[in-house]
Unconditional design. Structure first.
Length: 343
């Protein structure tokens, strides 16, 4: 299988894949938000959880041995466990429009909405919501806002995020091959670990940058990093559940649920390329994969095609994490990368 030259798409986000909408909703007073990835038709899905402190919904259903083989949306949310209610809001919005899994002769559908959350409860926002947390409402609002183009940085699930010692955010990238195969990543970056090499202004993901998409500062000087404190540049607070990088990889390939699961596993390597340390006990790193099926991989040497796709997915994930931090602006809880490095 020959992909030909690989470039970022014209939008350089997952809207380049086709058939995918993204909606963001946020509450600046609370310093939190929700992102919904909304395929225009039900999409084959897979997922992989690597962090030691995850918060997820419907991930067991993504096992290839389970009944349901496609999903209606994926939700990424701030709010820790409170944020899981955002998926309930999205499911209600979908169900009211007849979008979901049909079961027998029931007049109702069952919207399938996997979700993952990150921790943004300690960022200084007003969290005194009592018995009415905002996430169900934000989930519905994000669905209403879904469009091909969308904001990055302080948007959606990235609104209240922090990344190591920097302001985190929402980032997205794409890679489109001459052959027509396309893949992209949308990441809410809130890791415990550092996204920048200690003592520098260079992203760990710099080797994978395309066309200066996160500042074009270049790669860290070679050598010596293994001798540094592994936690250099990480968050001072190591509380369990206080972190997490979550996201969605989208491709136009015709994947099976098992294929999507394998791509999700490979895509997790993108977090490892962009964050140090990664998959810690205090992160809940989770990646979902959606496949629209518009591009036929074919059956001959399919394992090779999946290997290429997984590698591209990991590259997009790494780029999207760095772009999330590059595009973010300070809310006062953490310094923005651009502010610190005067970009």
């Amino acid at each position: 299988m020959h992909l030909g030259l690989i470039r970022k798409g014209p939008r350089n986000h997952i809207g380049d894949i086709g058939g995918i909408l993204v909606g963001n909703a946020g509450d600046e007073a609370v310093r939190t938000g929700v992102t919904v990835v909304l395929p225009q038709a039900r999409a084959v899905a897979g997922g992989d959880v690597r962090g030691g402190g995850p918060g997820t919904r419907e991930t067991d259903l993504l096992d290839p041995s389970c009944l349901v083989d496609a999903v209606d949306a994926v939700v990424l949310s701030g709010g820790s466990s409170w944020g899981l209610d955002a998926a309930s809001g999205a499911a209600a919005w979908l169900g009211a429009r007849g979008r979901g899994y049909r079961v027998g002769s029931s007049p109702l559908v069952s919207p399938i909405v996997p979700a993952a959350i990150l921790f943004d409860l300690a960022n200084g926002g007003n969290k005194q919501w009592g018995e009415e947390p905002p996430y169900r409402t934000l989930g519905k609002a994000a669905c209403e806002a879904a469009a091909v183009d969308f904001a990055l940085g302080n948007a959606g699930a990235g609104l209240g995020a922090t990344a190591g010692k920097y302001k985190g955010g929402l980032g997205s990238t794409s890679a489109v091959a001459e052959s027509g195969l396309a893949v992209g990543a949308l990441m809410a970056a809130n890791p415990f670990g550092a996204v920048v090499a200690p003592g520098t202004d260079r992203f760990w993901a710099a080797p994978f940058e395309m066309d200066g998409e996160f500042g074009g500062r270049g790669m860290p000087a070679a050598g010596g990093f293994a001798a540094l404190d592994p936690l250099a540049g990480s968050k001072a607070d190591v509380s369990p559940g206080g972190n997490t990088t979550i996201g969605v990889v989208v491709t136009n390939a015709d994947l099976s649920p098992a294929d999507a699961r394998r791509v999700a596993i490979m895509a997790q390597d993108g977090i490892a390329r962009a964050v140090r340390p990664v998959h810690t006990p205090v992160d809940g790193d989770t990646i979902f994969v959606l496949a629209t099926g518009a591009y036929a991989l074919g059956q001959e040497a399919r394992h090779v095609a999946l290997s290429m796709l997984g590698a591209l997915a990991a590259d997009c994930v790494a780029r999207a994490i760095a772009r999330a931090v590059y595009e973010a602006e300070t809310l006062g809880a953490a310094v923005a990368y651009r502010d610190r490095h005067r970009i």
